[in-house]
Design a protein around this ligand. Structure first.
Ligand code: SF4
Length: 687
């Protein structure tokens, strides 16, 4: 007789932001019955947001890719895995042999698992012989990582979400935390109630956390380096610098202090649009706080000098002694669920897993030995990052790209140029769960699985490694990325024989020092580990308590200069376009946009126009407008709101038709090649 299938409860980790909420999924076969938060979840406890709770319609979407596709005579046809993987293996090796290892580029997924990131870079480095492998941190937090590398040594958050809750003052800069990292925002709101935690927000756009702030600095766009440096100078000039901390733990203090000479309060007030009083109040709040956590995100990093501004923020924390004690430190808020892990596990052009330099001979030797090859097989120079790969594709220096779970064809800046580059490639593979905009340019499309259909681990914004478990089997003929990559490697002569991601993690932990004590046994269930993890399993929730991550154990104050933005409003393009996320959606919305439960919340895409500007131009709520940049135009409806002001506009990044990145340009941060998404001059016409 027919029996109702059992209800299954499986632990999983949310795939919509770097908070890393974990919870139980209750399922019956492929039907998701509910998402059940539990107390044991290390990052979130019983909290989730709308995306974690309701954003799973995409799992069973009829738009899922379920079979490999091969382009033939300009059209895609279905193919078997054998045929598709044979073709991919053959073409990648052929292009490598004909044009050299660096003619191929790999973009790993910031949504796939750590183990899958590890295999992506292993194929690139070991089989192809290139370091041209990257992930979407290039488009978001790589500048923040650079700022931390320069000043404190590790490219991750200084502490945990618990530290954020403990701080006596939270400073949020260029981060719409309530919509982009909702559970962290709710913990900050709770800390305010529980122990009177203060909140200082700096942002040109008045989002929810700005409304809640004890002090809100509404500075002009692209001026954060100025106020942060002016505050650092104020600390020295007004006896608020932590001299004990500086003397004992920090290098380069005097040179840094001299570099602050230009950053007077008067200069800062003139450039930032903030009053002198606001600057002094902010400095006094930070300088006198017992402990400060400083959170920042794309509002800082997606500029032509995002790495420098990130450095300036970390400098300010050092001057005030806000590293290495509970409730202190710098916290770049990671956007994708595993953008931290994709970087940690080696999808970066300059480092192996664990941030071990590709240009260090001893390290190269270590990895070559572990992988059983001669050192000369591994490239000794830094490869191309995402940005460079796409630029180089247009010049045919890159001849083939392999893109895993990234919507580069919508998310990169200056899309006209990106699409031009894609069409010039000799061969392109896209591995994804949907037929994305990027896939339209591919020669082979491989159907992958979301996290709910495989085992693996992610790293959240706290550097916390957590396991997730297979909730249901792969849909149709789709396969987990780790298995696709393992099978592809075997076809290219490297039969690694992985049958479960735990083996991949064990291999990596045996080589990369910061993961020495990581194992699936220690990550079982609700257990987690915060890297670096010593061999005996001791992890590091709070960094820098004893020493900074430099040879002499001391932090580095790193002088900065301010530069004008690469693109700003002028007579022809008189408005400045800001862009970012909304609470309900994730990136290009190819997951959150698949079902009515979330989609219905934002039925139309829009541009926010300030009320003064709207009145001046005769624009009302719902008016259709055309927004034109130096690259292209898009048309959408206006929302009149005081969240933006003056000549500033805001457009969410999630819509694909028309995409915001037809407007953004190729100008970028020269230190890290992150596009300056937030520096876009536009004009607006009412239609
Ligand atoms: Fe998912 Fe982030 Fe929401 Fe948590 S806060 S449920 S990780 S989107």
């Amino acid at each position: 007789a027919w029996r109702q299938p059992e209800i299954k409860r499986t632990k999983t980790v949310c795939t919509y932001c770097g908070v890393g909420c974990s919870f139980e999924m209750w399922t019956r076969d492929r039907q998701l019955l509910k998402v059940q938060p539990v107390n044991e979840a290390p990052a979130n406890g019983i909290s989730t947001c709308i995306k974690g709770k309701f954003g799973w319609d995409f799992i069973n979407s009829e738009n899922r890719l379920t079979t490999p596709l091969i382009r033939e005579n300009g059209r895609f046809r279905e193919a078997s895995w054998e045929e598709a993987l044979d073709l991919v293996a053959h073409r990648l090796l052929e292009i490598r042999d004909r044009h050299g290892s660096d003619s191929l580029g790999f973009i790993g997924s910031s949504k796939a698992s750590n183990e899958e990131a590890y295999l992506t870079q292993k194929i690139a480095r070991l089989i192809i012989g290139t370091n041209s492998v990257d992930n979407s941190s290039r488009y978001c937090q790589n500048p923040a990582t650079q700022g931390l590398f320069r000043t404190v040594g590790y490219g991750g958050d200084a502490g945990t979400i618990e530290d954020i809750q403990k701080a006596s003052l939270i400073v949020i800069v260029g981060s719409n935390t309530a919509e982009c990292h909702p559970v962290i925002a709710s913990k900050i709101k709770a800390a305010h109630k529980q122990h009177g935690q203060k909140l200082l927000v700096a942002d040109p756009r008045e989002h929810e956390m700005a409304e809640r702030a004890d002090l809100y600095l509404r500075n002009k766009p692209s001026t954060d380096l100025i106020w942060a440096s002016a505050l650092a100078r104020y600390m020295f000039d007004n006896d608020l610098a932590d001299w004990e901390f500086l003397d004992n733990r920090v290098n380069n203090v005097e040179e840094f202090r001299r570099s602050l000479e230009p950053f007077t309060l008067e200069f800062a007030a003139e450039k930032t649009g903030l009053s002198r009083d606001e600057l002094v109040e902010a400095a006094e709040m930070i300088g006198r706080a017992e402990s400060v956590c400083l959170l920042w995100a794309m509002g800082i990093t997606q500029h032509s000098h995002g790495a420098d501004t990130s450095t300036a923020l970390s400098n300010l924390l050092l001057v005030t002694g806000n590293y290495g004690k509970p409730g202190s430190g710098g916290y770049p808020m990671r956007g994708h669920n595993n953008v931290q892990g994709a970087s940690d596990f080696g999808c970066l052009a300059n480092v192996y897993p664990g941030y071990e330099s590709v240009t260090d001979d001893a390290i190269r030797e270590k990895w070559a030995r572990a992988w059983g090859v001669d050192k000369e097989r591994l490239s000794n120079h830094v490869g191309s990052d995402n940005f460079r790969m796409v630029q180089d594709a247009a010049e045919q220096k890159i001849r083939a790209m392999y893109i895993i779970g990234e919507e580069t064809g919508l998310s990169d800046a200056d899309l006209g140029n990106v699409h031009d580059g894609f069409t010039k490639l000799d061969f392109m593979v896209v591995q994804d769960i949907f037929f994305s905009r990027t896939a339209e340019f591919a020669d082979v499309v491989l159907p992958a699985c979301p996290s709910t259909e495989k085992d693996g681990s992610f790293v959240n914004t706290e550097r916390r490694i957590q396991r997730f478990y297979e909730v249901m089997p792969p849909l149709g003929d789709s396969r987990p990325d780790w298995r696709i990559l393992t099978e592809l490697a075997a076809r290219m002569g490297h039969d690694w024989g992985y049958t479960h991601p735990s083996q991949i993690m064990a291999e990596c932990a045996g080589i990369a020092k910061i993961f020495a004590g990581v194992s699936y046994e220690r990550l079982e269930g609700w257990q987690s580990l915060v890297w670096p993890v010593a061999e005996d399993g001791t992890d590091s929730p709070l960094l820098y308590t004893e020493s900074f991550h430099f040879d002499d154990g001391r932090a580095q104050l790193y002088p900065q200069e301010w530069h004008e933005p690469a693109e700003a409003a002028d007579e022809e393009y008189d408005l400045e376009l800001n862009n970012g996320r909304v609470l309900e959606h994730f990136q290009s919305a190819n997951q959150t946009g698949q079902g009515p439960r979330i989609n219905s919340q934002i039925p139309n895409w829009f541009v926010e126009v300030g009320s003064d500007l709207a009145a001046e131009r005769g624009i009302e709520d719902g008016s259709w407008v055309r927004i034109t940049s130096r690259r292209d135009s898009i048309e959408l409806q206006a929302i009149v709101t005081d969240r933006v002001r003056g000549n500033e506009l805001f457009i969410p990044i999630h819509h694909s038709k028309p995409g915001i990145n037809f407007l953004t340009g190729e100008h970028h941060d020269p230190d890290v090649n992150t596009p300056a998404y937030k520096e876009v001059a536009v004009r607006m016409e009412k239609l």
